[in-house]
Design a protein around this ligand. Sequence first.
Ligand SMILES: [Mg+2]
Length: 196
Amino acid sequence: MNTSTGERCPSLDIAFGSEVAPLLWVWDFDQTILSIHSYGQRIKPEDVLSGKRNLDEDVADVVFFKQFISEVLKNGSSVAVASFGEYEVIQAYLDILVPGVFNRENISTPTCVGGRDGQGLHDGKVPQLEKLLSGIFRKKVTKEMRARTVLFDDQVDNIRRAIGAGYIAVHTPDAFTRQEWCAMRSFLPSDLVRKA
Ligand SMILES: [Mg+2]
């Protein structure tokens, strides 16, 4: 489902210049970047790479996600995925969606933190966020780094745990779309986004 119209809320309005502008933007995968649950549907990497899957149908908002990624990278932020799903499937989708942006370093799945792909972790996404930060920035994670990391996730429990650990976390129950971003912007810290 592609919900981008390009008419409402055309700009992202992220306050990139600010000293506390985000270092790292992190997305959950199933039902956040995708509108569907690829793990639940047992989708295989070859289903995606062979073109059997229609990305316009599987990705919640293709146009907006690509625009968002391109804009935050251009402005010096990093991007990552933190999912409980299967690494190879996520990599396959992202290779087609935004080629060259995501790899094993910035796609975190449970195997990265001692779990098994497809199985949720006790502390939600927090161990994965910690490992992403230390891996991408090659240093010990600080409170300031956590406060400049934003997680989008459709599962409210992951949001609560991330906020409890000092991250910015935004609940996206209807997935990551331009419409949701426009609605959630007013709830984000003012040093993160410019208020209308
Ligand atoms: Mg999800």
